[in-house]
Design a protein around this ligand. Structure first.
Ligand code: PPS
Ligand code: ADP
Length: 168
């Protein structure tokens, strides 16, 4: 609940406004279709990330900027996706926000279920999250506040512009 889907949507909108084709691959949504056979145990999360990485590569091959909003809690799974695409075309965004913020939001009530033991293996509660150590972009609290969705999207957009990803 760090705001992955929100920032993915806001970024997609900003890129569209500038004439770029984008597609958002959202973990939560994909688990209703492509990845409906997968659970949240570690090896299924690995397979989830692998499939999304392969799909993202197909989108990239077709000239579409693919924004993947998934928890992807394991470093090795993220690095395997990075290795799929050449020339720094994988850009990792770390939403470095405190667990308390995510938990206070809890729009689906899942943290509450996890805290009371009704869901097992919930990321951040009783399942690991391996923070990135060398992600291209880190979204952080500013003066004790979470940046707005638009501000977070603009941070990513600025990175893409400054590093030449959006040239025609
Ligand atoms: N056990 C457990 N752990 C973590 N998340 C859980 C779990 N059970 C259900 N959910 C819901 O699934 C969403 C995360 O799916 P992802 O595909 O992004 O997860 S992962 O990348 O495979 O770890 C996540 O959605 P987001 O809120 O979008 O993060 C949760 O709502
Ligand atoms: N920058 C933000 N500031 C305040 N609330 C936010 C922000 N980003 C997301 N939210 C809210 O937090 C909740 C979780 O956001 P969501 O994008 O669904 O997160 P995730 O995809 O990581 O689970 C939603 O209720 C959303 O409206």
């Amino acid at each position: 609940m760090s705001g992955k889907s929100t920032v993915a949507c806001a970024l997609s909108r900003e890129l569209h406004c500038r004439g770029h084709h984008t597609y958002v691959l959202d973990g939560d949504n994909l688990r209703h279709g492509l990845n409906r056979d997968l659970s949240f145990k570690a090896e299924d999360r690995t397979e989830n990330i692998r499939r999304v990485g392969e799909v993202a590569k197909l989108f990239a091959d077709a000239g579409t900027i693919c924004i993947a909003s998934l928890i992807s809690p394991y470093r090795r799974d993220r690095d395997a996706c990075r290795a799929l695409v050449p020339d720094s075309r994988f850009i990792e965004v770390f939403m470095d926000l405190p667990l308390e913020i995510c938990e206070a939001r809890d729009p689906k009530g899942l943290y509450k279920l996890a805290r009371t033991g009704k869901i097992k293996g919930f990321t951040g509660v009783d399942d690991p999250y391996e923070s990135p150590v060398n992600s291209e972009i880190v979204i952080k609290m500013e003066d004790g506040e979470c940046p707005s969705p638009k501000a977070m999207a603009m941070q990513v957009l600025l990175y893409l512009e400054q590093n030449g990803y959006l040239q025609a």
